[in-house]
Design a protein around this ligand. Sequence first.
Ligand code: ADP
Ligand code: MG
Length: 564
Amino acid sequence: MELHVLPPGVVSRIAAGEVVERPASVVKELIENAIDAGAGKIDIECRGGGVEYICIADNGSGIPSDHVELAFERHATSKIGSLEDLTVVRTLGFRGEALPSIAAVADVELSTRSQDEALGTTLSLHDGRVVQRRRQPRSRGTTVAVRRLFQHLPARLKFLKSESTENGHSARVVSQYALAYPSIAFSLLQEERLALRTPGNGNVRDVVAQLYGAEVARAMLPVEHRADAVHVTGLVAPASLTRAGRGYLSTFVNLRWVLSPLLQRAVEEAYRGMLQEGRNAIAVLSIQLPPVELDVNVHPSKAQVKFANEQVVFRAVRDAVRTALSCSATATSALHRYAPPSEGRQSDWAIAEPEPQPSDSTPTIAAAETPASAALPPLRILGQALSTYLVAEGPDGLYLIDLHAAHERVVFESLLEQQKTRRVESQGLLAPLTLEASPAEAAALAELTGPLAGVGFALEPFGDRTYLLRAVPAALGGVDPVAALRDVLQELAGDSRGLTQERIAASVACHSAVRGGQQLTPQEMRQLVQQLEGCAQPRTCPHGRPTVIHFSTGHLERLFGRRL
Ligand code: ADP
Ligand code: MG
């Protein structure tokens, strides 16, 4: 092909691709515009996962009629005027790219009215071009409706995941902005279901209650810390209250939601030694620093930022979280007033004292000489050691069995068998338990209720995001069923590898198996070893970690220098 300059339509679609990756990117950009416009209320609706329809309505400043077309010009913005302004950006937007990018990949209708105008303006765009303009009365603010996203970009459409996964991404975006802006009342309707509503009363704990449930909201510890020019505020959960998924750390820098490995490490460092392996902290942290200390212009969707002084920010965040956690550990009598607004009353809640847990370091694995499928020899159980392992003697040496890994394998194979034979072994609960799902969990449940029933979780919708748990897998090893279910949801919702029966069985097995630390009776030990002996692949857990480590007689003799 001859060298040529691309036509403008092609250029704008390429540029749009950087800003608009999926429906959630549209939701993000339009929410940012509403926030920049000073809205106190933002209502979001998605249909068809957001591909069919996204609508965002705000009660902000609106756009004056003679500026509406301009808003769709590339690099048209009311937010910065010069290069210097870029160093002190205080608004979420500044590139003037969102509206033209969205209009390049979808049909857009924007209707708006500013404070001092009598009539509003509605503009319809198709293929990035204005096809209709109307004036009509409306309330102050702006409503943007986006239809048929990526209709001309089949490659983009193909890359999108299922409706519920896309809704999960959008719900996450809305959740994060709701946390960052508790004085804005957000509502999110997905496929005609209310996924989230926040009161907009300025109390971030109330937003946490909506997202993660009242129990978490009550237990969260306040963070308030200043170091140099860095001010850190927010809420962190005590180390005793954790989640299996990773999405529970929300960080905002100058009220912008960012994903920052630096901030994540700072938080992990603060919790170091307190969290069990595979568990994550719940935290909402807002970091304020002078705009000159920050470069927000490093990423097309502005999801990443660059700090001028990373060390200072890292230390400030780590110390802020540490202080919050240690205050809770010493001030045992500290009471925090909190009642979710829906309960309509104030009451005192004692903060659960976090129990520092010893860090769970991964055992060094002896070279697996035996294939994973090799059967186990008959074993004589000697006892339980370090509360985590069974010690046993076999015809050729000593065996250490990891309780959790072994139980995981047993449950996994039993669930696989149940899925295959459709003979579900579940255990009815006398009284149903309730699960208050977060918006993302509720989106995942839309897809997972059926598959979860196949392994014994009987779930029934009960109100917007509440579910009744009526039965659980019979194999659930003395763990809290709701917590186990939540962990399974988080793991499967974030999994891009697709929902095979095996993935589901592995996840349920992992979160329902006995944890190390549980003391087994001799009878329970014998039963576990027997079940493990009956497994097709007794030597590894479903994740591939060993269940059994074998010290052969020869190996022991060499270790003791009895033999060379
Ligand atoms: P940016 O946010 O980077 O300025 P956008 O393309 O997102 O660029 O928006 C362009 C302009 O349109 C904004 O600068 C603002 O003036 C106006 N605008 C967009 N959305 C809204 C809204 N919801 N309320 C008021 N003004 C808006
Ligand atoms: Mg914008």
